[in-house]
Write a protein that binds this ligand. Sequence first.
Ligand code: NAP
Length: 321
Amino acid sequence: MDTICVLMTCPMSTYLEDELNKRFKLFRFWEFPKQKDFLKENSNSIRAIVGNATAGADAEMINSLPKLEIISSYSVGLDKIDLARCKEKGIRVTNTPDVLTEDVADLAIGLILATLRKICECDRSGHFYTDGNRKLGKNLLVLWRMIMEFSGKKVGIVGLGRIGLAIAKRAEAFGCPISYYSRSEKPDSNYKYYSNIVDLAANCQILVVACPLTEETRHIINREVIDVLGPKGVVINIGRGPHIDEPELVSALVEGRLGGAGLDVFEHEPEVPEQLFGLDNVVLLPHVGSGTVETRNAMADLVIGNLEAHFLTKPLLTPVV
Ligand code: NAP
């Protein structure tokens, strides 16, 4: 297989890069300053693309590679890949479901706790006085007016899929009543179903976004949803940045119309709205939902497993198209 040309779209994991390099003829797209020229020069040799949630394959890239057979994505979300074009051209697409579910759900709970309990603000800021009385510091006394309880709060989940369900199970252990919104009611679930997101937001205190990014779900968290959630409500986003109308979110947080937000993803990442940095009712993470060594390596193995299966004409491990 070492003559098969594979294009990796951006740096993802050194383990993945090394393992691809051992098996295939690997091209690191980011190493070519003139990427359009690179695509022209290699249009008749690239047979596979490895993309991720940051850099996938749009129609232009797909069209410029006539020998492309497969896109193996180092992500479960496929919003950066033109799936319609792949279907049209018979290009196979795979992703990395399941292996990252638990980590992303763990991080969602971490974001909820950090946002409500102000863990980041408390960390090293509200020191104990050392005058022998061990009183709490002034900062912490101020923070205490803003710290909120998690246990027992009503949690609403947008998208009760693999990750949404794993978040629900965790939140249940905190005594939280769970409800959800998806396009369809899940027959195996006892959680309360709402057939529209505004009703879900009106009936929960913590709204967690865990659905795929599609044209339907772009800005699914809009002004109406934010207003219904209200000044005591919190939004947690571990889906994709464009799920939220970010300017609306920022103004609601600044004006106190929304209680808080825990965000792993941003509408124009890696750009983060400047105003968010000045707020103490937000927790901001750099898209690290699946970012543990164990899971990243398992994702890499799945990416490679899919490529190998394809080129050995065996069934793909996790096919999408
Ligand atoms: P999944 O198992 O396919 O679940 C997706 C859920 O969303 C399903 O319950 C689906 O139910 C629902 N859904 C789909 N379209 C919807 C719509 N228009 N409105 C409301 N609900 C909708 O996917 P998953 O593995 O849980 O992953 C979910 C997403 O998490 C991924 O697509 C990815 O974008 C994101 N993610 C983020 C990170 C991170 O690092 N932050 C890591 C991994 C994944 P219905 O079909 O009934 O609507």
